[in-house]
Ligand binder design. Sequence first.
Ligand SMILES: [Ca+2]
Ligand SMILES: [Ca+2]
Length: 229
Amino acid sequence: MRAPLCRQILFVLLAGASATPLLAQNAPLSFEGFLDSTVLTNQYIGVTFSNAIILTAGNSLDEFEVPPHAGTNVASDNTGPMTIVFASPVRSFSGYFTYGVPLSIQAFGSSNNAVGSAASPYSDNEAISGVSGSHANELLQVASAAGIYKVVIAGSAQGASFTVDDIALITRCDVNQDTLTNVNDVQAMVNEALGATVGADDLNADGTVNIVDVQTVINAALSLGCAAK
Ligand SMILES: [Ca+2]
Ligand SMILES: [Ca+2]
């Protein structure tokens, strides 16, 4: 049986992409591949960090107290609360957090209005010195159907108070909302454009679900960012 048309198209597109960006936004942000103490800004397409720095196990990171969720790198708050701004709104933000002080995550909408928040259940969940019952790398999440444009993650006002690893984003291009943007989302978007399923994802907000919305998802699947409005 032949693959569905969109899979063939995507295969051609992927085969033609000779240099897939190293830092894809279509998968969780793992922070691997950076040198220790790299200041995070706009290395991930469509995601802008402030007050964030890479820590590497065995170097700046005490991995016994603050183990990575996976791999060897994490991001940490640097000189103050970490802010993450999204070029295109996300429906959900989550990550695996280890903290030495109580943590709060505030989510903001298009007019800087509060749209969600989360707080750490413990005051300290470090692997060795954390409070009884806690565990390192706790999953914290904020979500808003209206769209999250910015999150502010606050521990100590001076920074150096928490780490985060494997940040997962659900963008509007992640049609099936599984935190990955890939051929399955392209297929789902094609089905909507063909009328085979309900056209729920008018990504460019022009009042119709068609090939333009499909192209938007293809671009996101190719790690070019999700340009949905
Ligand atoms: Ca998906
Ligand atoms: Ca549209």
